[in-house]
Design a protein around this ligand. Structure first.
Ligand code: FAD
Length: 515
């Protein structure tokens, strides 16, 4: 029996390796890496983490069959040629039809594959389905409600519980987690991990092998630089990063969770979604480290630790399960019939909109921004502009170091651009008002945050009202966004026409690269 360890299952503490199987098969298939215009840091991260894990296993006596090939199928065929009687076991991949595809590759090579539960998540598909078919749906058909799921998970895990009640009396302390950004405030520098020899070689190999792979969709050449690369690629580094977060950033995580500051990419965020999604850290140990810090220290407020726990035991698991249940429709869902192409500045960062230029710059530099720029800048712009959801999903999938189809699709198509309403109750559309309240971008921008029309007006304003106007039939009766139609009703025909004209002009400017 050999354990097939996929590139996002790099753990020796969970799954079949933890049960004591000593033979391991790992496959680096370069064909996977050219399917999207992947950020070179993402490619370096996955390949370096795999190679580090291989060496780490070998040092502790495992036999690792490591194949560097063009296609996954070629490696599986080679394995069964060498080991005709072998049987493979793998943890169920979260991607849509991932297990089925693997099984057919293995069977075509004359082998057998046993697919077991993926222990890198907290909730099993069966447990979710049972909950959802019972109390979870709340009688609302296929609409998933995160808050109900989260409360169920708090009870199931016992995290931050006081008997049957939430510690502190409330389940969700989000109302304390919306401090605006203060440019005077100092945020701790996050750890950077200098690449060792193996990682350095991998970064160089990515540059040589995939140059032209990750830049093909973009006019004007490579859209991101492979260096400097600093993400954690081993479990030891990921554990160091987790300890650093607990020591320096957890206390301030809650209040500044939604804040955005020019040039400050990390604030108090965890920055470990890449390591968690690779399997280097288990979500349970991340949550438990934070709770332990909260118990030991007086300066970590409950709103910080509750907000943090909610992201991991709530949102992350919720996204995985809703994706599982709603695919394949979710990937191409386009509830509002958004027709436009993604503007090119998502790749180049060339726009006079200060906020978008800064966050795309951060994506180009390191393949990361925190949640609010993803949702309230990049997705909000695409939503109100009317970009086809699948194109936005494709961009996020390619651009971020923590991106996998199972996690981008519900976040982007569901939460970000409202391609489907199964997992959120309203589109996250907003005007410059929100950006100005939560960031310092507007004070140093070529566009005027208070103007809606005219060539100097912030594009977020006209796009927001144009969006509400165009989707009145879909959204006026939405209980969360419906009330803002009171303001739309107060605008006369001339004002509405000017808004729609300005929105059209913004699309033309974006298409010609002049926004
Ligand atoms: P923190 O903000 O410090 O949060 C802690 C942890 O909670 C994260 O590391 C992550 O593991 C988990 N988490 C929080 N929210 C979510 C969520 N909505 N879905 C899944 N996990 C969550 N997350 C990804 O892991 N990969 C993606 O490709 C991805 N794409 C996104 C695209 C959009 C449009 C949006 C709105 C969100 C996306 N997210 C994605 C979710 C979230 O933004 C990131 O997990 C988070 O920003 C990662 O940064 P961090 O580690 O500093 O997290």
């Amino acid at each position: 029996m050999t354990v097939l360890v996929l590139g996002d299952q790099l753990t020796r503490d969970h799954g079949p390796i933890a049960d004591g199987t000593s033979d391991v098969l790992m496959v680096e298939a370069t064909a996977f890496a050219t399917r999207h215009a992947y950020h070179p840091h993402k490619l370096a991260l996955v390949f370096a983490a795999m190679r580090q894990f291989r060496d780490d296993l070998r040092e502790t006596g495992h036999t690792v069959h490591y194949h560097q090939v063009e296609t996954f199928a070629a490696a599986i065929e080679a394995h069964f040629e060498d080991h005709p009687d072998d049987e493979l076991v793998v943890m169920d991949p979260p991607s849509y039809r991932g297990a089925e595809r693997l099984r057919s590759i293995v069977e075509d090579a004359g082998g057998a594959l046993d697919v077991v539960e993926n222990d890198l998540f907290l909730v099993t598909p069966d447990a979710f389905d049972e909950w959802f078919d019972g109390e979870g749906s709340g009688g609302e058909g296929t609409n998933y409600r995160h808050e109900a799921f989260y409360r169920w998970q708090r009870r199931e895990t016992g995290y931050l519980m006081d008997g049957d009640d939430p510690e502190g009396g409330e389940w969700n302390l989000d109302d304390q987690n919306q401090e605006a950004a203060d440019p005077e405030k100092e945020f701790p520098d996050p750890p950077r991990f200098d690449p060792d020899e193996l990682t350095r070689e991998t970064v160089e190999w990515v540059e040589e092998t995939f140059d032209g792979g990750y830049d093909t969709t973009v006019k004007g050449g490579a859209w991101a630089d492979p260096e400097p690369f600093f993400w954690p690629v081993t479990r030891a580094q990921a554990l160091d990063a987790l300890a650093d977060f607990c020591e320096h950033r957890l206390a301030g995580f809650g209040p500044y969770q939604d804040a955005m500051l020019d040039g400050e990419w990390s604030l108090n965020h965890l920055l470990l979604s890449p390591a968690i999604n690779l399997g280097l850290l288990h979500p349970r140990e991340v949550v438990e480290a934070a709770i332990e810090t909260y118990r030991e220290r007086d300066d970590v407020p409950l709103n910080s630790v509750e907000g943090f726990v909610r992201q991991l035991i709530g949102w992350r698991e919720f996204m995985r399960q809703t994706y599982r249940r709603e695919m394949p429709e979710m990937a191409t869902a386009n509830l509002l019939d958004a027709p436009h192409d993604l503007p090119e500045f998502y790749w180049t960062s060339e726009t006079e909109m200060h906020c978008l230029s800064d966050v795309v710059g951060s994506v180009r530099e390191r393949g990361y921004t925190h949640h609010i720029p993803r949702l309230m800048l990049l997705s909000n712009f695409a939503l109100t502009y009317g970009v086809e959801p699948a194109q936005v999903n494709e961009w996020f999938h390619a651009a971020y170091v923590d991106a996998y189809h199972w996690v981008t699709t519900p976040n982007v198509v569901g939460m970000g651009v409202f391609g489907t309403d199964v997992l959120t109750t309203k589109p996250y559309a907003s005007s410059a008002n929100y950006v100005d309240r939560m960031s310092d971008y507007c004070s140093d921008c070529a566009y005027a945050k208070t103007e809606t029309t005219g060539e100097n007006a912030c594009p977020f304003n006209a796009l927001y009202w144009d969006f509400l106007g165009r989707h009145e039939d879909d959204l006026r009766n939405n209980y969360r966004i419906g009330p803002v139609y009171g303001h739309w009703d107060g605008k006369d025909d001339d004002e509405r026409r000017e808004i729609h004209d300005r929105a059209d002009e913004i699309r033309e400017l974006a298409e010609s690269g002049d926004l």
